[in-house]
Design a protein around this ligand. Structure first.
Ligand code: GDD
Ligand code: GTP
Length: 435
């Protein structure tokens, strides 16, 4: 049987996701109506042999309580737990620290998945591939543009998929095949980890004949970098393999706040093609009413207020059933509208995420933007930015991101701005960080 571990990080990572991570930890940020890591879980539970999913990170314990209760209700046959590192232990340190928990019940394999990615997650094919070779670890890989490759872990592999070289964020070009931050391991991987950790401890503990420490490793010996400390040395052993994503798969990193926008597009298209049970399909869109367990899984067409029935909708779009949308509004494509959002007459929204409780007054426009929780946009206002592409590195023009509880006055234009929470915008701004 199989387990999965999602590396959720902690409050000190994910700073590039500001201002949105000021209000909610990045792994729980809603994309296409679901927390980022809910997409991981929805894909993992499609693997028949999955019986336990562990979140590993260094956030406070309470952070994931409600989320875990909700996923537990959705998937009662899988056990969900959060394991907290006493401090940031790196991408491999948490795994090693909690090895007894991970090995308990003797799983045959375990997945390790980074939280900060969006992916089509073909876990079944990945598992099949892993079982078909004689290695003890498989990395999910994908091809990227040559000039972007050095931002990732780079892989060189043989025809048969054996990884012969692994270089983490190389200085110069190594390969355009990169690590997606998704792995499948045999339990024996802990043997490799043990060696690596012991090696490093023995260096730290080197003492002279009088018992004085003569060499002390800087930093914490419990910190393990999965990439440099485990995978790189494994690459020469023939035990590390790569599974390359297929053409119809997608993968991207979610590092900055604006990268939530292309992730939203990818997941909306993905869900639109293969709606899950509970997703209902009206003539023009996929509407998801199932993902908040407070709300029964219902047909949106019947249960939402009549006010929502006739607005113009360009799919794919996610609209929470408690949102109110005026019939003269036009929404989509690539829009997610959260709970209790109110959208008034003549509003136009595309390529956007509108978070819980936001109100948008008449005749306003939101495009290539994220509008934070409980914000208020006045009438005839415009919040817009430049389109964001997946895995795009350097760019001069940005999307607009409004933090929580921002207020935009009537007839104001916000273009390509990052606005911190609780700001009141009474004059138009462009290409600025509003602090
Ligand atoms: N539990 C825990 N503890 N998780 C952590 C820690 C930690 O101390 N540090 C990072 N993580 C989690 C993050 O939350 C994220 O999901 C993942 O590990 C990787 O984060 P980074 O350390 O920021 O690495 P990266 O994203 O720059 O690069 C990694 O991912 C790429 C794919 O997205 C590397 O593995 C690359 O090789 C890879 O290409
Ligand atoms: P359609 O094919 O009509 O969807 O246009 P488009 O998608 O090619 O262009 P765009 O998305 O820019 O405009 C879509 C609709 O929004 C059009 O009917 C525009 O008149 C309207 N629109 C554009 N800017 C604004 C605005 O600032 N406020 C309002 N209320 N509507 C706008």
């Amino acid at each position: 049987w199989t387990k999965a571990i999602i590396l959720v990080g902690g409050p000190s990572v994910g700073t590039r996701f500001r201002p949105l991570s000021l209000s909610l930890p990045k792994p729980l940020f809603p994309i296409a109506g679901e927390p980022i890591i809910r997409h991981h879980i929805d894909a993992l539970v499609k693997v028949d042999s999955i019986r336990e999913i562990l979140l590993v990170g260094f956030f406070e314990n309470e952070i994931f309580n409600r989320f875990l209760t909700e996923v537990q209700l959705s998937y009662p046959h899988v056990t969900f737990r959060y394991l907290r590192e006493y401090q940031s232990l790196g991408t491999g340190g948490g795994l090693y620290h909690f090895r007894d928990e991970i090995l308990s019940g003797n799983p045959d394999y375990f997945f390790v998945v980074h939280a900060d990615i969006a992916c089509s997650f073909p876990f079944n094919e990945f598992l099949q591939y892993h079982k078909s070779h004689k290695g003890s670890a498989t990395i999910m890989g994908t091809k990227v543009n040559k000039e972007d490759a050095n931002r990732y872990g780079c892989l060189v592999s043989s025809e048969t998929g054996v990884v012969t070289h692994y270089v983490e964020k190389p200085q110069s070009f190594v390969s355009d095949l990169i690590s997606c931050g998704v792995y499948l391991f045999d339990p024996c991987i802990f043997e490799e980890m043990r060696k690596s950790v012991l090696d490093r401890r023995s260096i730290r503990d080197e003492e002279d004949e009088y018992g004085n420490v003569i060499y002390k490793l800087s930093g914490n010996a419990d910190v393990v970098r999965l990439e440099q400390d485990i995978l790189r040395p494994m690459a020469s052993t023939g035990k590390l393999f790569v599974y390359t994503l297929k053409e119809n798969d997608f993968w991207m990193q979610i590092k900055t706040a604006e990268q939530a926008l292309p992730a939203n597009n990818l997941y909306l298209h993905h869900l639109h093609k293969q709606p899950k049970p509970g997703h209902t399909r009206s003539s023009s869109c996929v509407v998801d009413a199932s993902q908040n367990s407070n709300i029964p899984s219902v047909n949106y067409q019947i249960n939402t207020p009549s006010r929502n029935q006739n607005f113009e909708l360009v799919p794919p779009v996610y609209i929470h059933p408690t949102a109110l949308i005026h019939p003269t509004a036009k929404i989509g494509p690539n829009v997610s509208v959260g709970p209790r959002v109110i959208i008034e007459r003549g509003v136009r929204i595309k390529n956007a995420i509108i978070l819980d409780g936001t109100e948008i007054k008449n005749d306003s426009l939101v495009m290539n933007s994220i509008v934070g929780w409980d914000s208020k946009l006045g009438s005839w206002s415009r919040v817009q930015g430049e389109p964001v592409m997946p895995n795009q590195a350097d760019k001069s023009k940005n999307a607009s991101i409004l933090g929580k509880e921002c207020k935009v006055a009537d007839e104001i234009v916000i273009r390509s701005c990052l606005v911190l929470p609780h700001k009141e915008l009474k004059s138009s701004v462009h290409d600025e960080v509003v602090m």
